[in-house]
Design a protein around this ligand. Structure first.
Ligand SMILES: [Fe+2]
Length: 127
């Protein structure tokens, strides 16, 4: 991502410096909450949320909203959740997941005005 631009409509937006996020990133990157260690084939809860980093929320209005969130375990898609503007109360997804082996969770979100965003990866170790 170019330093001169806040976002790209044609390429994946993924912050490089997570300790120094610009406001555009704070309101677009999906944040994954998941345990670091789980047991094989036992369900655990994963939460994915867009917006709210340092209180910077993404708009939720007709014409500007987060259209969807996708969650992956490595290259394998776990789910995709679509949001309608105005009627969703923020952009949060919660689901139960089971893994057979350790995986890297990755979340992506899509804003109709600011494109595709990827958040920080979350490693889940299956014991
Ligand atoms: Fe946006």
């Amino acid at each position: 991502m170019s330093a001169a631009k806040d976002f790209s409509l044609t390429e994946l937006n993924k912050p490089e410096d997570w300790g120094n996020l610009i406001d555009m990133a704070k309101k677009h990157v999906p944040i994954i909450e998941a345990p670091a260690k789980v047991k094989a084939k036992e369900p655990f809860t994963v939460k994915v949320k867009v917006g709210g980093i340092d209180g910077v929320e993404h708009p939720n209005i007709l014409g500007h909203w987060i259209g969807w969130i996708e969650l992956y375990a490595g290259d394998r898609q776990i789910c995709r959740i679509d949001f309608a503007p105005e009627v969703s109360n923020g952009y949060a997804a919660r689901l139960d997941v089971t893994l057979n082996s350790s995986a890297t969770l990755i979340a992506r979100s899509f804003c109709n005005l600011h494109g595709l965003w990827e958040g920080q990866e979350k490693e889940v170790t299956v014991e």
